[in-house]
Design a protein around this ligand. Structure first.
Ligand code: SER
Length: 852
């Protein structure tokens, strides 16, 4: 019987032998912002599937920690659902596709794991004839055990991202577990999915469109927690070696036995599952909090604690539970053992908090519930959540126990106004002092005077020094300042302010109130109110920033000219190193369009037109056709910035004097950021020179490697790709020729109308092809070929013509090879780990098919 550690290493070992790089599990906290947690083995590889980044490996294999909450409400009520799990995966990044991925999966499951092929079923997508053919022909699986499914066999990472049709392997747990009929029609508890092969072909965009991926790839996922019950011959995930010891700890910690009472069992399973999840999440750096990942963790811990509480436990249980998890998973994930003290302290602290919450919250909830008639107002659920940290799901559960519903709509409304308040608070968080303090400054000293459109330095005086906690981290207010305060997407200036007694390094500048410019600074020496000061901005940074700001205006105008007037600015960032511009547009910008946009913007630059800035009354400016997207932000008198012949915008930012100063405008990326909004990132000035230089160096390097002129690189690559395709075909032909020779050899050794032969060094795929080809020559009743592909495993293929049944023969021999097997009446395979049994199996075969 294989334990979890053996399965993990057998899996990665098998794929390593087949050219896959074995990589460690990535964190449960993904880099990818589109998912909250790592929900599948493929998540860390998303950029390689999309072609956003070149894959460093063609093939990779991992055992990936995963966490999903999709079924969290079901967890505990079944023997097979869990939130934290490990996914065994093999991946091809534009390398092999279906015809290799499917036989790999089959061979691993039946030969390495030794699962009986006759108990396996597969499903393919409704549209996927190709996959069905491979299962039937190459693998030799009987068509009656291949079923088609629709949605269920289409895998997507989320609302957006890579996706494609899939094919799944199911294990039949047998009659006692539910209705027959295969995975498509039979019982869900009876046919359990153990392996999912995703044929990554598409990318789903935010607007719902599906586009082809640059290269077709493979993403497979096999749930370790699904495979272990099969291998270990137990009906429940909770009886496997990754769960049973944790469940036993849950029994000890709660003083309840498993398997006696249904409700108690649910609670014990939740405790077990959630203990694994909390241990792994905390060890990966998630901490309980009120939002995002932290909130999910908090919910997991609290759900577990609530169950223990309901079982009448008064002691703290979580630390003990995670300790047990570490003893089970610590070998595979040593970091969990290293972090154990921290993990224990974290979950226990949360548990303590929650128990106190539970006491006060329950009392309040009971009171409220007593006063309502069937529906608990959303406000109350929100207050319990906000003030007492009561997860709303918990309120729903407890309310349900008392026969009441929660007004979820009301709850959502209350939540969203809280989110709004939270955003406001975050915006204000950069201000060390309160609004009242700022107001007092502006009232006594008047608004700051900004001279930075013209001057990069000026003599001034210190109007206010506002200190936060640390006396060296201060906020300075000056009477006159050249520092631009962040606004309209343009970042605030940095620089230096000096007085006779001190020097302040300004790291950021912002408007604390309209008209009040505040410099956040780190002070050495001392700076006092009333001192004369010299204020100097970082001129290089500002120069780069203003290039990008005017560059943004030119791009904006060009975008509207090429894509249409519906293009609206949705947001922008003007920084020294790059500009980012978000705009409304419902399709991807095509290459030709992008070229045209860049051509227009860059020819504006070449015109070297002077940038005219005028002040005008808002109404006059709008009448002149100036673009004003930020409405009333600018007061009654506005600045109109005219840059070349296409661009006229209301803008308070800093701009170049003449367009030539911008230098080349180059695009870093163009992408979708969701719901009809696109994002362009671009560079100007020196950053562009660097970017373009880097790109052209790559071309020159490629041309050197390809031994052609830089202009001929694409043509040379096209040629190379065509040649590769040709030589692949040649290779396939040669391989087929080799099969012909082998077949002739086999057939000439036929005896009593059948062939029984040993051939080592061939994979089970090759043996199968050979048997199939040999029987196809006609006149033979059976062909049995066996051998060891690599000295460590035994493989056998049987082809038969009626009335002989290949499957029966394969099954009769499987035992001698120490494994399982399966197939159809015509073609079947078998295999296992007993290499020493090959000759005996062949002798037995001779007896069966040649009557010896
Ligand atoms: N991504 C697929 C899944 O999660 C296969 O790895 O099932």
């Amino acid at each position: 019987m294989m334990d979890a550690n053996e399965v993990r290493s057998a899996f990665t070992g098998y794929f390593a032998e087949r050219g896959h790089t074995v990589l460690p599990s990535a964190s449960l906290i993904p880099h990818d912002p589109s998912v909250l947690f790592t929900i599948a083995g493929m998540v860390p590889f998303k950029p390689y599937f999309l072609g956003d980044e070149p894959a460093p490996w063609k093939r990779a294999t991992t055992v990936q920690k995963c966490f999903r909450t999709l079924d969290i409400d079901v967890v505990g009520t079944t023997e097979r659902h869990c939130t934290f799990f490990e996914m065994l995966g093999n991946f091809s990044f534009g390398d092999y596709f279906k015809s290799e991925a499917i036989p790999f999966a089959w061979e691993f499951v039946t030969e390495v794991l030794g699962i009986d092929g006759d108990r396996l079923w597969v499903t393919v997508h409704d549209s996927d004839d190709e996959a069905e053919e491979i299962w039937a022909d190459a693998v030799g699986l009987d068509r009656s055990r291949i079923q088609r499914m629709g949605e269920d066999n289409f895998w997507k990472m989320g609302e957006t991202g890579p996706c494609g049709p899939s094919s799944e392997i199911y294990f039949d747990r047998g009659e006692q577990a539910g209705a027959a009929g295969g995975p498509a029609r039979g019982g869900a508890e009876r046919f359990v999915e153990i392996w999912n092969l995703v044929f990554m072909q598409y990318n789903r965009l935010a607007n719902g469109d599906i586009e082809d991926l640059p290269r077709r790839s493979i993403d497979t996922g096999a749930g370790l927690e699904r495979i272990l019950p099969v291998l270990q011959g137990v009906g429940s995930l909770f009886a496997t070696d990754v769960m049973a010891p944790v469940l036993a700890t849950a029994e000890e910690a709660t003083g309840h036995r498993y398997g006696v009472d249904r409700h108690v069992d649910v609670a014990l399973r939740i405790l077990t599952d959630h203990a694994r999840a909390m241990a792994m999440l905390v060890s990966d750096g998630v901490l309980p909090s009120n939002e995002g990942r932290g909130y999910v963790l908090r919910r997991v811990i609290r759900r577990a604690v609530l169950r223990a509480h309901q079982l009448g436990v008064h002691e703290l249980v979580t630390a003990r539970m995670v300790g047990s998890v570490a003893s089970v998973l610590g070998t595979a994930y040593p970091k969990l053992v290293e972090d154990l003290d921290l993990v224990k302290a974290t979950v226990e602290r949360e548990e303590g908090h929650f128990l106190r919450t539970l006491q006060s919250g329950s009392a309040i909830l009971d009171q409220e519930l007593a006063g309502v008639d069937g529906v608990l107002p959303g406000e109350v659920a929100f207050r319990l959540h906000d003030t007492y940290g009561f997860p709303v799901e918990l309120t729903v559960e407890l309310a349900r126990d008392a026969g009441a519903e929660v007004d979820m709509e009301g709850f959502e409304i209350a939540m969203s106004s809280q989110r709004h308040r939270a955003r406001e608070a975050a915006r204000n968080a950069r201000k060390a002092a309160g609004d009242d303090t700022y107001r007092a400054v502006i009232e006594s000293a008047g608004p700051s005077r900004f001279v930075g459109y013209e001057d990069y330095q000026c003599a001034t005086s210190v109007v206010a020094v506002l200190a936060g906690g640390d006396p060296h981290d201060v906020e300075l207010v000056l009477g006159v300042t050249p520092f631009y305060a962040e606004s309209g997407g343009q970042v605030g200036d940095t620089g230096v302010i000096t007085t006779e007694t001190g020097r302040a390094e300004v790291t950021d500048t912002f408007n604390a109130l309209p008209g009040l410019i505040v410099h956040r600074a780190r002070v050495s020496g001392e700076i006092h109110v009333g001192q004369d000061a010299l204020a100097v901005i970082d001129a290089t940074r500002r120069e780069a920033t203003r290039r990008n700001h005017t560059g943004t205006h030119l791009l904006h105008a060009a975008l509207r000219m090429v894509l249409g007037d519906h293009v609206r600015q949705q947001g922008s960032l003007v920084a020294p190193d790059r500009l980012r511009f978000d705009f409304s547009h419902h399709a991807a910008v095509r290459t030709e369009e992008l070229d045209e946009i860049l051509r227009i913007a860059n020819s504006d630059v070449l015109s070297d037109a002077r940038v005219n800035v005028t002040e005008a009354a808002r109404a006059d400016a709008e009448a002149m056709g100036a673009l004003a997207f930020f409405g009333d932000k600018y007061g009654e008198v506005v600045r109109v910035v005219e840059a070349g012949s296409h661009s006229r915008e209301l803008c308070g930012g800093t701009h170049v004097d003449a367009l030539g100063m911008i230098g080349p405008i180059a695009v870093l990326s163009e992408s979708s950021i969701g719901s009809g909004t696109r994002r362009i990132e671009a560079t100007t000035g020196e950053a562009s020179l660097e970017l373009l230089g880097r790109r052209s160096r790559s071309i020159v390097e490629a041309s050197r490697l390809l031994r052609v002129e830089p202009a001929g690189v694409i043509e040379a690559l096209d040629r190379l790709i065509a040649e590769k395709r040709e030589s692949d075909k040649e290779l396939a032909k040669l391989r087929a020729g080799r099969v012909d020779d082998l077949v002739t050899g086999l057939v000439s050794a036929a005896d009593a109308g059948a062939v029984v032969a040993r051939r080592d060094g061939l994979s089970s795929d090759e043996l199968r092809a050979l048997a199939k080809a040999a029987i196809a020559t006609g006149g033979l009743r059976a062909v049995v070929i066996a051998g060891t592909p690599d000295g460590s495993r035994a493989a056998l293929a049987v082809a038969a013509s009626s009335p002989l049944d290949a499957q029966e023969v394969a099954r009769a021999l499987a035992g001698l090879l120490g494994g399982g097997g399966g197939g159809s009446r015509e073609l079947a395979i078998s295999g296992g780990r007993n290499v020493a049994g090959i000759d005996e199996a062949l002798a037995e075969a001779a007896r069966l098919v040649q009557g010896r």
